[in-house]
Design a binder for this molecule. Structure first.
Ligand SMILES: [Zn+2]
Length: 70
């Protein structure tokens, strides 16, 4: 991953985590193929800016590509 900077304050100080409700949060792709051997949900992970608290969300783009190509 390229070096990140906070879109809110420009800081480069982050801590990783995930957004949690009663369970983990997943991205479900609208164009997912169903003939794949792995779960089609992609866990959403986060990076929190340690200077202003802004949170950015990320998913595994390699897994998304596998889901769309299968
Ligand atoms: Zn920030």
């Amino acid at each position: 991953m390229a070096e990140m900077s906070c879109p809110s304050c420009g800081s480069k100080v982050f801590e990783p985590g995930h957004i949690q409700s009663t369970g983990l949060i997943y991205q479900r792709l609208s164009n997912a193929k169903f003939a794949i051997l792995e779960p089609s949900e992609i866990q959403v992970k986060s990076q929190m800016c340690m200077d202003c608290g802004h949170i950015m969300l990320f998913v595994d783009t390699e897994k998304a590509a596998r889901i769309l190509k299968s």
